[in-house]
Design a binder for this molecule. Structure first.
Ligand code: RP5
Length: 176
């Protein structure tokens, strides 16, 4: 069964480098943290709901046009039977980072196992379950892009230094 006709992919940024894709609007609570981190690092991105199961044709279209649309990395977040990152990876050679969304019934174990256990030949870089994974997916995408972008490398270093400073400023756990 086809879901045609499909509208062209219309990025919500003029020239995004990172595509943040999630299986459902309900994943936004988690994936917003990837977007917030990309925003902090001034990395142009697009964000879109694309479901491996409910809109499979859209998923293929998204992955097949990703390179020509200028994307360099895709972050895919999904929960439960989380096939989205793996199917994206199957249809594009761009690096795909997978974020397991914490599911209600199995706390994200299902999401994590279905994202991490890819067969040899089609990799997905799998992050932690939930917010930590979403933030780190953005940071990993930033690290990849920073290899060829000195300005971004500086912003990423500054982000890490600020984090270190914050921790060092509050090493006494009894003070607020
Ligand atoms: C997955 O099913 C989504 O990634 C989401 O985490 C999960 C539940 O989706 P909803 O029923 O909330 O739309 O495809």
């Amino acid at each position: 069964m086809s879901e045609q006709p499909l509208a062209p992919i219309a990025p919500n940024h003029p020239s995004p480098l990172v595509g943040v894709v999630m299986g459902s609007r309900s994943d936004w609570e988690t994936m917003q943290h990837a977007c917030a981190t990309l925003t902090t690092l001034q990395i142009p991105f697009e964000a879109e709901v694309v479901s491996a199961h409910r809109t499979p044709d859209r998923l293929f279209q998204y992955a097949e046009t990703a390179i020509e649309r200028g994307l360099r990395v895709i972050i895919g977040g999904a929960g439960g039977a989380a096939h989205l990152p793996g199917m994206l990876a199957a249809k594009t050679r761009l690096p795909v980072l997978g974020v397991p969304v914490q599911s209600k019934s199995l706390s994200g174990w299902d999401s994590m196992l279905s994202i991490v256990q890819m067969p040899a030949g089609i990799p997905v870089g799998t992050l932690a379950i939930g917010r930590a994974g979403a933030v780190n997916a953005a940071l990993l995408a930033a690290a990849q892009l920073a290899v060829h972008d000195a300005d971004l490398a500086q912003r990423l270093d500054a982000y890490r230094h600020a984090q270190t400073k914050t921790v060092l400023a509050g090493t006494d756990p009894r003070t607020p």
